[in-house]
Design a protein around this ligand. Sequence first.
Ligand SMILES: Cc1ncc(COP(=O)(O)O)c(C=O)c1O
Length: 406
Amino acid sequence: MELRWPVVEEAVRRARAEEGGPLCAYLYDLPALAAHARALKRSLPHPFGLFYAAKANAELPILQTLAGVVDGFEASSQGELEWLRSQFASKPLILSGPGKTDTELAAACRLGVELLHVESLGELRRLALIATELGRRVSLLLRLNFPLGPGHETSLVMGGRATQFGVELEQLPAVMDFLAGQEFLEVKGLHFHLLSHQLDAGRHLGLLEEYLRRFTELRAKYRAEWSHLNVGGGIGINYRAPESQFDLARFSEGLLGLAGRFEAEGVSVRFELGRYVTAACGYYAAEVLDIKRCFGETFVVCRGGTHHFRTPQAQGHSHPFRVVPIEDWRYPFARPKVEGERVNVVGQLCTPKDVLAKDAPVERVRVGDVVLFPYAGAYAWNISHRHFLMHAPPRELFLREGGEAC
Ligand SMILES: Cc1ncc(COP(=O)(O)O)c(C=O)c1O
């Protein structure tokens, strides 16, 4: 997705001028999000469908922008499920995630999720009781965890090794035995979400081939009538080298080649992508409050920090940024600045872990300029420990056509 720097920088300058005080805000470029989502959807040929994993960012304007493009939404809690259903009465919904409570399972039945992704035999047993009691038939996918072939490691894996996710293959016979007598449960297929942060289109295509092999092998083994395969999310964002992102065109070409094989097997496939859908539409803007030197290093201290924007700490990277110059200096002393140096960009928290960017080169940064971090539209504000130290929250600005914010 193309970053519209001039539009966003202009919105930052406008917000700063309106606010007067040190700016701290999330900005979401909704027209860019809409264009990206449409391009993504177009690049997935039949029989590949697209759901959006709301956990990446469930702000209403984001969901509203996506609702007309994606085939449905994936929720991973009762809270997400109820939020999505309250806003989109007829949009297909999925419920997934480990450790579902009875209340969550009952809510899923009541709210009419299209498919429930089951994580374990224990969960299946409870779901069977709840569905029977409510007299509702529930369609589900079984989430599996199994060993992957070589070359599928990323920095965040949910399967292919010991994790809390899915049913391992050794337990599948017991699960299938249990399902045999269940009047209210209908298994439509399988769910594989084994990794996130995939940056390589070729490898992701290879993973899908492996998924197809695994699906057809298990379907034959258990003589099942499965027709649905959910291949999870997992397409990543390259925060470390933002100029080299996942090659969507190559991926799309590869999918065209794979589509016939899935169709020949009668399998309809669904992606439930989060990060790749919304990360690039969001920006975190934090005004520089102070510039300090310490033990030979330079620290640019901003209004905000990891309690607003935990993404770099969560992923262990130094986040890329740009400096937006602000020509407004109101103090009767020289404006502190650094030029042509390497700096650490930090926040206001009382912990040395409050670092957003480390050892990053800057041409110039001054107190009162705004540091603007891109790729902050997914797993950013919503994963941050916002109550720590009780600082004021960032503003949230949603940019519409023409750059107008609301
Ligand atoms: C079950 C499931 N599906 C989809 C996703 C979305 O993954 P991503 O944001 O990497 O696309 C996640 C993320 O953790 C998940 O747990």
